[in-house]
Each structure stands twice: as C-alpha cells, then as structure tokens.
Design a binder for this molecule. Structure first.
Ligand code: NAP
Length: 515
C-alpha cells in the first residue's frame, strides 16, 4: 500500500544548518565543474567530439560541463533503441514502473541540495528558486507514481448478462520529450517520468543551456533501476535533433514545454504524416504566457504590491507564469504602483551563489539582448519607473524594471518578454480590468486581488486562464494542488501535476467478452 503523499517541503534557509548544507553542496558542484557528460542510448554511454558547453550565466567564464551532442544519426539509433525497449517496458507491471519513480525520488531527496546547487550554477537560480525546482521534481516523481497506481486497473464500465466488459489504459509508444531551461529539473524530469511511468519509452532532448542537470537526472533514473533503452538521452540542437525526432515516423507522441514559436512549429510539423507512419501523433505542448495580476479598488493593496513584485521578479521573471502585466483599477493605481516601485528598489541583483541576492542573471546572451530590446520599446511606450539597466560584462544581469501608463495594446502588454519587466496599465473599473486581462493571445496564469466577493466570482467565471489565483501571486503552482497548464496560445492545457495528466500519455482500450 502506497502512503498518501503531500508535497516536498521547501528548505528553510533561515536555519543555519540548512545554509551550511547548501554552501557545502555548492562546493561539491564547484569540484565537478567542467566535467564531460555522455549521451545515453539503449543504456550505453556515447561520447561525441561535438559538445554543448554549458556555462554559468552569472559568470560566463565558468564552464559547468561539456555535454556530448546528438546528431541525426545518433538520434536515429536512439529512436530504434526506444522502439525496441517499448516491447518489454509496456508489459512491465505498473507497480514496478511506479517503484522506479519512488526510488528515484528517494535518491534525489537525499542529494537535494546538490541538485539545487547545480541549478544555481547552471541556470542562475537563487537558492530558494532552485530549492523549489528540485522539490517540484521530487513531487512529480511521487505524484505520477501514485497516479499510475490509481489508473492501472482502468475505469469501470457496465456489462450486460453473459458479457464482460473492461476498459483500461495502455501506453502509446515512443515519446519525444523536449524541455525548457527555466525549470531545468522539475519540468525536464516531470515530463519525462510521466511518459515513462505510463509505459512509454522516451528520447529526452533537454534545453541546450541546461543539459548537465538533465544528465544527472538520467544517472539517477538508471540508479533507480530503469531498464536500458527506456530513457534515451539525446541533447542536441533543437533545429537539428528536435525537428528530426518530431518528424520521425516512429514518434508516437511529443511532450514539449517551451516557447509559443517552437511549440507552433512542432504542432505543424507533427501533424504531417511521414512515410511509413501509421498513427496521428499526439502533442502535449505547454507554451508561453503573458500573465496578469488584476488589482481591484476594494483590495489589500499591500498584498497586491507584494504579489506583483514576487511574481514579476522571482527568478528574474523567467517563468511562464510570471506576472508581466499589472492591471489596476484607477482609484488605487498610483498607490499600488508607488508601493511596487518602493519594493522593487529594495531587491538585490547579483551572483545567485550568494544567498543575499534576490535575483540572479537571465539565461544567456540571447535572453539578455531580447529583454534589453524590450526595455527600449518600453521607454517609447510607457514611463520607466525604476530599473531599465543591464550589465553583461561578467554575467547577464538586468535590474528589475517597472513601466507605468502603458496602453493595453502596447507591445509590452502583449508580447512575452520572459525577463524582469512588469508593465502597469489603468482600468476604469473591475469590468474593464478583466476585459484588459483577457486581451492577449495567451491564457496561462492570472491573479485577482480583491475583497469584493462578487468581483471574485466574476473573475472565476470570466478571467480566461488555465490557472487563476485569488488574493495571492500568479506563480508557484504545486504538484497535486494546482494542476498547471494554459489556454489559447499558452498550449494544450495539459495540466501537469494533475489527475488527468498521465492519460495524455496513454490510450484507452475496450475489451468485451461473451460468456
Ligand atoms: P524554447 O526556445 O522554445 O525551447 C524549448 C525547447 O525546445 C528546448 O529544448 C529547445 O532546444 C527546443 N527546440 C528549439 N527548437 C526546436 C525545434 N525546431 N524542434 C524541436 N525542439 C526545439 O523555450 P525556452 O526558451 O527553453 O523556454 C522558455 C519558454 O518556455 C517561454 O516561452 C515560457 O513561457 C515557456 N514555458 C512554458 C511552460 C508551461 O508550462 N506552459 C513552462 C516553462 C516554460 P534548444 O535549447 O536546443 O534550442
């Protein structure tokens, strides 16, 4: 009998022993910097000449690791390994599959700070953000393991006299998992193990800026007893390996998390039938957001300001759920804006290895350039209240930035920036605030700060986002508590960490026997 599961607690870094443990983990990681990591194909390590060089975004000179890079030829060998392994893995009992996840969770829990510290180095995550990422990864392992046990006997259907009907779920086949760098552990691991525990075999292509944490996770899955060929590790360029695997005739499904642009490309390509392909590929695509916090005139304004700042600038705004728009009813607009500026001015930016820095760097040169360009656009479109500066001499640092008085249709209010920038706009009343909140092509997260019950209910019905939060910020979904996924151009609303998620990786089969 599996124990019910709550969720992995976050580390309290006000406790000295926890701080020391994290510093020790950072030292361990520093001792491993620059190591080589291989591909894993059919359980065998494969080393290539061509490598992805993963660097610390807070210190470009620091090499985190050198990771072998798959090309199309190696991707093909990995595909065949996954096709072969599927023949036995699909028949492995769900309990056994779930146990691999539970054991992996236990291994990671024991080495928790090591995983988090690696993310501090490889992804520029401040301690608490990295700790939450690792905790979420553990949660996915524990939660999906239990979900598989709950689903293993299918659902009940009726039978007539002398007839016996069964309705169960079987795996799909080979899945291609393509993950982003911003939750380099939780999303990478969660999407991979959901597919695996459902009985599929996979090829994992992690983001090219965070392949080392993914390599470490693959080692853990092997240590937890995953048979060869079930998880094939094929880091490589999105356009080369990604396209090849998306187009492949043996790919049965794709689980993608990333930008709208790449998600739509995969959506289009995966709908074309390749020669020899005998199914319609299934696509799970979780994409970008342009998430809004709405502040009502009847609201706790301190809560509003705190929620906006935490949701806009946590992990430098590099979350699909980050608050990048604040829509405030005009009576309280100045008050909320001024308080947000005040709080933003207290934030510290610097190397995330130092716990005193609230914000670390942005992901890489491309992200730095794009965000700085948006800041220039913002200066034309609105009023710069604070921030606006960037420094990429050592790492990719950008000050938390607030723009006021933006038009609701301004680019800054419509396009995903994916950085520490939040734009304010004024609404005449609550109706108009909800109208503005719904005016983008995305629909991922949103929050409403209000004391007015009728307005809260109105938002519940009319604010069209996959994850709506009331009287709190719009980031920080917890597995099993707030299943996560968005509407419209935010993706296929797969609801990761929710009760329906594994079903996306399976197909239902009906059998009917006459007695
Ligand atoms: P991205 O540029 O779209 O990359 C995501 C993944 O796709 C990476 O592994 C990337 O590989 C790969 N890729 C690139 N081109 C490809 C192609 N042609 N075919 C197949 N794969 C390809 O996104 P990102 O910058 O890593 O992540 C940030 C985005 O993810 C934001 O838009 C954010 O909102 C979104 N996101 C959404 C969720 C959600 O749950 N909705 C969660 C997290 C992030 P390379 O790294 O090699 O290019």
């Amino acid at each position: 009998m599996v124990q019910p599961y709550k969720h992995e607690p976050l580390t309290d870094f006000s406790i000295e022993a926890n701080r020391q443990a994290y510093l020790q983990a950072l030292k361990t990681i520093e001792g491993e910097l620059g190591k080589d990591y291989d591909l894993v194909i059919g359980g065998e390590k494969v080393s290539t000449e061509d490598r992805i060089i993963s660097v610390n975004p807070a210190n470009k000179q620091e090499v985190i690791g050198r990771v072998s890079k798959a090309n199309q030829e190696l991707a093909e060998i990995a595909m065949q390994a996954a096709v072969e392994a599927f023949k036995t893995w699909k028949k492995t009992k769900p309990e056994v599959r779930a146990d691999v996840l539970f054991k992996a969770a236990a291994i990671i829990r024991r080495r928790k700070h090591e995983f988090s510290a690696l993310m501090t180095k490889e992804a520029g995550k401040p301690w608490s953000e990295a700790d939450a990422d690792t905790a979420e990864g553990i949660d996915f392992l524990e939660y999906y393991g239990r979900q598989m046990l709950a689903l293993k006997n299918g659902m009940s259907v009726q039978s007539r006299p002398n007839e016996h009907n069964r309705y169960g779920y079987i795996p799909l086949g080979v899945g291609v998992i393509i993950s982003p760098w911003n939750f380099p552990f939780a999303i990478m691991a969660g999407t991979t193990v959901a597919a695996i525990v459902s009985g599929n075999t996979v090829l994992l292509k992690p983001a090219s800026t965070t392949p080392v944490i993914a390599a470490k996770f693959v080692e853990v899955m092997e240590e937890a007893g995953l048979p060869k060929g079930v998880l094939n590790f094929v880091p490589g360029s999105g356009s080369e390996v990604g396209d090849y695997l998306v187009d492949h005739k043996d790919t049965r499904f794709i689980s993608f998390t990333g930008s709208r642009e790449v998600g739509l490309r995969i959506f289009e390509r995966s709908s074309k039938i390749s020669e020899g392909q005998i199914w319609m590929k299934r696509l799970i695509a979780e994409m970008g957001g342009k998430d809004t916090i709405v502040v009502d005139s009847e609201a706790d304004l301190e809560l509003a300001a705190q929620s906006i700042v935490a949701s806009a600038f946590g992990f430098s705004g590099q979350k699909c759920s980050a608050c990048s728009r604040a829509v405030v009813v005009e009576d309280v607009y100045e008050q909320v804006l001024n308080r947000v500026v005040e709080l933003t001015n207290q934030l510290t930016v610097g190397d995330p290895s130092d716990i005193s820095n609230f914000m670390g760097p942005v992901n890489d040169h491309g992200a730095f350039k794009k965000i700085m360009e948006y800041i220039e656009v913002g200066k034309q479109e609105g009023k710069l209240m604070t921030g606006g500066e960037g420094d990429s001499s050592k790492g990719f640092f950008i000050q938390p930035t607030v723009f006021a008085d933006l038009d609701r249709k301004a680019r800054l209010m419509q396009e995903e920036i994916f950085g520490p920038v939040v734009g304010f706009t004024k609404a005449k009343n609550f109706d108009e605030a909800i109208e503005i909140a719904n005016n983008t092509e995305y629909g991922l997260t949103g929050a409403v700060i209000s004391r007015n019950r009728a307005h809260i209910e109105q938002a519940r019905e009319d604010f069209h986002v996959g994850n709506l939060y009331i009287n709190r910020g719009c980031t920080g979904a917890i597995v099993g508590y707030q299943p996560f996924g968005g509407f419209n151009m935010s993706g296929t609303d797969s609801k990761a960490g929710g009760p329906d998620y594994l079903l996306l990786h399976m197909q239902a089969k009906t059998t009917s026997e006459m007695f």
